[in-house]
Design a protein around this ligand. Structure first.
Ligand code: PRX
Length: 637
């Protein structure tokens, strides 16, 4: 790509030479994986330190066992083994909501994790126990995760904004007897109490739950009772103690996590110690290009899989600095993220695709007013990306010098499965790219048969991969390693694959919009809406009440209003792009779309509004107040 032409769907953009010359994954890596098959994943295992070497890359039995026979400890891999080379290098940099900050070198983090592990062991935590964590993005959360890993206990991190009911369900289902939480935290400058909610959840479960409380609030507004143990006191009691990392089998669980549940019920996923850690370290290195001594920023909440994999485990396993930010991207101002990138000289930046659309809506003057020249790579995850957002990110944040990786994966997959390798593959705005080396994907019909290149269908993964959850490893067992004998992991996403293997995502199957006899992935319709000038974001859902029509919820850009002329323009443009069936029964303008805390648009809820149905609990939303507003606007029209 040359000149000022803005690359659109189908265009190719080569990663800049300034990047590819030093990239972690270089030409030849795809070929090497293709030649060696699943054994090629030994490269991922080589990034880790093993207490006992593994016998085979993958063994087939009751379940697929990655790196079977090997033993390792994740906390040792993220801390101890780095001490010789980078004791005084920053492991974790934390920025709080109110301008506070903390810095932990690898040695500091090692000390605190050891003390926390000693404290947890002292209150009874043993290998195999589940410790539930219910706290915002504070260093103590990461310390607790690594302390659990050190003991061979499983962490079960629950998003801090979830209700007592949701916490109770997760405590119950994981039979977790330990809870690490906090007195409260600050959201947009206001103190939010957390302990009362945590206590309500404890009371709602039948078994005893032992709480450890981090004091995050500045004053003593929240009363700690006799049964609450203070995190700070516990650590004081164990000052200077060390805990030998407990060697775990590669296939032993490292943690449990619940899926975000935007479409279905949240379900429990368990990840392994060896396969998961190897997968996230390898993809962190090859796809996000994290290098030792880099500052990597994954701007997600630690409670989601993105936070586990690419905020905690990958950067620390790779010996980088991970930046943690507790606050909102627009607090105190809408340039907050760029101010942090500039101040901390961030090298690699990873965020939600929907966040990029919000940045666009806020205006380019925010990134443009900061020196972002430290950035080397930009990543996105979570929802399909349209070429316009891709271009904005590439131009305004990356200055056209940082490759943009659009990474597709899921809680169940543990780590990235589809993405360009930034040092190797050309980028195509709007398409996530090919599967990563070592992974094969296919687009199949309802019967599981591959469809022709270019036709939409269901995305399936046809080879196993090290980061697969334990239940997927069970499903894949006994099928010739899943490779040839028909094992398909059908992902629940609709997608199109072109002749070169590049995958364009169309959205979740459950969100498919059928108009007349044509099924559209929501992303197809939404990206056509967004092409219209003055449109910042859109979500399209199907309405059965309105006779199987599509309803578009649309946000306009700053300084633009929505009116009938714009509605007409949207209708005409989408018709031209996608044909006469692609018609909207209704177009509703709204200042915001309802999004979860992990940045996903809650289309299910918009569908309920379109059908005038009950939409239920909105506690999973970051902006629940918008729902009433949308309802009012929708009813007025
Ligand atoms: O629909 C896909 C979408 O997010 C789903 C997985 O969500 P979750 O388990 O919460 O994990 C999110 C972080 C990995 C997928 O089934 N998704 C994720 N990344 C992309 C995406 N859709 C399109 N493009 C992506 N890059």
């Amino acid at each position: 790509m040359r000149g000022d032409h803005t690359p659109g769907r189908g265009d190719e953009v080569s990663p800049p030479h300034s990047f590819t010359d030093d990239a972690n994954a270089a030409a030849g890596v795809r070929e090497a994986f293709a030649e060696e098959g699943l054994d090629a994943w030994s490269r991922a295992a080589d990034l880790l330190a093993w207490d006992r070497p593994y016998e085979t890359v993958v063994r087939d039995g009751d379940r697929l066992e990655w790196f079977a026979g090997g033993r390792l400890n994740a906390s040792h891999n993220c801390l101890d083994r780095h001490l010789d080379e980078r004791k005084s290098h920053v492991a974790l940099r934390w920025e709080g909501t109110g301008g506070e900050s903390r810095v932990y070198t690898y040695l500091d983090l090692h000390h605190e994790v050891n003390e926390a592990a000693a404290a947890l062991r002292d209150i009874g935590v043993e290998a195999g126990d589940v410790v539930t964590c219910y706290a915002p993005v504070i260093p103590e959360l990461v310390v607790t995760m690594l302390a659990c890993a050190r003991l061979g206990a499983l962490h079960n991190v629950v998003f801090a904004g979830f209700s007592a009911d949701e916490l109770a369900t997760r405590l119950r289902r994981t039979e977790s007897s330990y809870l690490v939480t906090c007195d409260g935290y600050y959201r947009r400058g206001n103190a939010v109490t957390q302990l009362t909610t945590a206590d309500n959840a404890r009371m709602a479960v039948d078994h005893d739950v032992d709480p450890v409380v981090v004091e995050r609030l500045d004053d003593d507004a929240v009363y700690l009772g006799d049964d609450h143990r203070r995190y700070a006191d516990l650590l004081d009691d164990h000052r200077g103690e060390t805990v030998e990392p407990v060697a775990r089998d590669a296939t032993d669980p490292l943690f449990v996590i619940y899926t975000s549940g935007t479409t279905g019920e949240p379900s429990r996923v368990t990840h392994t110690t060896g396969g998961y850690l190897a997968h996230v370290a390898w993809t962190g290195r090859a796809v996000l290009d994290i290098e030792p001594f880099d500052t990597h920023w994954c701007a997600a909440d630690a409670a989601w899989i993105t936070g586990h994999s690419y905020m905690v485990y990958a950067p620390l396993a790779l010996g980088a600095t991970t930046l943690l930010y507790e606050g909102a991207p627009d607090q105190p101002e809408k340039d907050r993220l760029w101010e942090l990138v500039e101040r901390h000289r961030v090298d690699t930046f990873y965020t939600a695709s929907t966040a990029v659309r919000s940045f666009m809506k806020w205006g380019a003057d925010h990134p443009d007013s900061h020196d972002l020249s430290s950035l080397r790579l930009l990543g996105m995850v979570g929802e399909p990306t349209d070429p316009e957002a891709w271009n904005w990110y590439w131009g305004h944040v990356g200055g056209k010098e940082c490759p943009v990786v659009d990474t597709w994966w899921q809680t169940e997959t543990g780590g990235i499965l589809v993405s360009t390798l930034p040092g190797v593959d050309p980028m195509r705005p709007g398409s996530a790219g090919p599967a990563v080396p070592g992974v094969d994907v296919a687009v199949v019909d309802r019967e599981g048969e591959p469809v022709a290149d270019g036709d939409p269908g269901h995305l399936a993964v046809t080879t196993p991969w090290p980061g697969m959850s334990r239940s997927l490893a069970r499903e894949a067992a006994g099928t010739d390693n899943g490779a040839d004998d028909g094992w398909l992991y059908v992902t629940g996403d609709r997608a199109v694959r072109d002749g070169d293997g590049y995958v364009t995502f169309l959205g979740r199957e459950d969100d498919t919009v059928t108009v007349g006899n044509t099924a559209f992935g929501p992303a197809t319709l939404e990206s056509a809406v967004i092409e219209v000038d003055a449109i910042a974001e859109a979500a399209v859902v199907e309405s059965s009440e309105q006779g199987g029509t599509a309803v578009a919820y649309v946000c306009t850009e700053r300084d633009h209003g929505g009116d009938d002329d714009l509605r007409e323009e949207i209708g005409e443009h989408v018709g031209e792009r996608l044909g006469p069936t692609a018609r909207f029964g209704e177009i509703v303008f709204t200042p915001e779309l309802p999004k979860t805390h992990s940045g996903k648009i809650m289309r299910r809820l918009l569908g309920a509004i379109a059908d005038s149905e009950e939409y239920g609990d909105t506690s999973a939303l970051r902006n629940p107040e918008i729902v009433g507003e949308i309802e009012t606007v929708a009813n007025d029209e």
